[in-house]
Design a binder for this molecule. Structure first.
Ligand code: SF4
Length: 381
């Protein structure tokens, strides 16, 4: 199904304009993104200030509680690097079906480098290269690409692929699959497309009453990877109320990154008057972070694409600001918010890191193959 990307394509294309690299550099030793201090400050400044110090007792100290882990997950990092590497390897343009990740800044930066974002595979000219986003696509989309003689790079996150495989497996075993997720989300469309006759979408606990299955004893639930952990368990409990023999997936579908960011924001929210989450409105995991913060004690919470969207009135009567970012957000945007807050008196930053994160995924196989081929050609040439 996957077309070979030829080296000729690389030779015929003009060089891409330079710009900031969005992906983390790939190296043998992964560096956790979470221990990074804000701009212009040494890590030690923060490491020495666990939350709950004497100064907290004053109750009027302006401070920022910076959640860790936050920002880029391994799946997003891989997808963004895949586009950057494809542009370098084959030259511009490289087409990308849908936003590679749900973040405006990332998309705009990649556009400047020569990526062209399209809604449908049919918009890509015959013979060109198209990259599928981290959210995954239905098998139908692979077929369309094949029809259009497109060279494809599949940047679907491996953790989304895992859910696709589960859907295929349970459909083969003739289960009714109850997919917990948000209607219209790209990931849900991709997963449903693996077994459309077997999948029923369940959009939260309130939707459970509407579910109909063929055999109540042959039902399994799966979920979108970026949901609220708490709300998903509520939905599962409600489903189990209706279907006591409901089968659970072999391991969590809600991914490690979504869970870790929610764990961190819960801890931050306990002590925060205001929580700011950097992320785009169409980023499911970012929206869930704001909801989780409010549900766990933050007095107020807002999702912003960057510092320019913060409304100064939100800071009235606020001492402690909690800050995090969604899994598709580069840290440069969080740095911008920290600078904005520092200019207004919130210079004191404490990192709250309840969990470490070290996951890293290798690049899509099509890219690895061509990078290897190029390296071998250089050696022999
Ligand atoms: S949020 Fe999770 S599933 Fe989605 S791209 Fe990141 S690691 Fe993969």
């Amino acid at each position: 199904m996957l077309n070979a990307l030829t080296m000729d394509a690389c030779l015929q294309r003009p060089p891409i304009p330079s710009g900031p690299a969005l992906g983390r550099p790939q190296g043998p030793t992964p560096t956790p993104p979470t221990a990074r201090p804000p701009p212009g400050r040494a890590a030690a400044d923060h490491a020495e200030k666990p939350s709950g110090t004497e100064a907290d007792a004053n109750g009027d100290r302006r401070r920022v509680l910076l959640a860790a882990p936050r920002g880029y997950c391994a799946g997003v990092d891989r997808a963004v690097i895949a586009v950057e590497q494809a542009l370098e390897q084959y030259g511009a343009p490289v087409y990308v079906r849908h936003e590679i990740v749900h973040n405006k800044y990332v998309v705009k930066t990649l556009e400047k480098k020569g990526a062209i974002f399209v809604e449908e595979t049919s918009e890509v000219p015959e013979g060109e290269i198209v990259i599928f986003s981290a959210h995954g696509v239905a098998p139908e989309v692979h077929k369309e690409a094949e029809k259009g003689k497109l060279a494809t790079i599949d940047a679907t996150c491996p953790l989304v692929t895992k859910v696709h495989k589960e859907a295929v497996r349970y459909a083969k075993e003739d289960y009714d699959i109850l997919l917990i997720g948000h209607e219209g989300h790209e990931e849900v469309i991709g997963t449903s497309g693996e077994a459309p006759e077997h999948v029923t979408l369940v959009d939260g606990p309130d939707d459970v009453a509407n579910v109909e299955v063929r055999d109540p004893d042959k039902v399994v639930w799966l979920s979108q990877t970026t949901l609220s952990v708490d709300e998903t368990m509520e939905t599962v409990d409600a489903l189990k109320g209706r279907y006591p023999n409901l089968l659970s997936p072999p391991s969590d579908d809600i991914c490690y990154a979504t869970q870790n960011r929610q764990t961190a924001i819960k801890q931050v929210a306990k002590d925060a008057d205001l929580v700011l989450v950097v992320g785009s409105k169409n980023s499911s995991n970012s929206v869930r972070l704001v909801e989780t913060a409010i549900a766990h004690g933050a007095r107020d919470g807002h999702l912003v694409d960057g510092a320019e969207e913060i409304d100064e009135t939100w800071l009235e009567g606020v001492n402690t600001v909690g800050l995090s970012s969604g899994a598709s957000v580069p840290d440069v945007l969080v740095d911008g918010v920290l600078e904005w807050l520092a200019e207004r008196g919130w210079e004191d930053v404490e990192i709250v890191q309840p969990v470490e994160e070290r996951m890293q995924f290798s690049l899509p196989k099509e890219l690895r193959r061509d990078l290897r081929a190029e390296a071998a050609a250089r050696k022999t040439g």
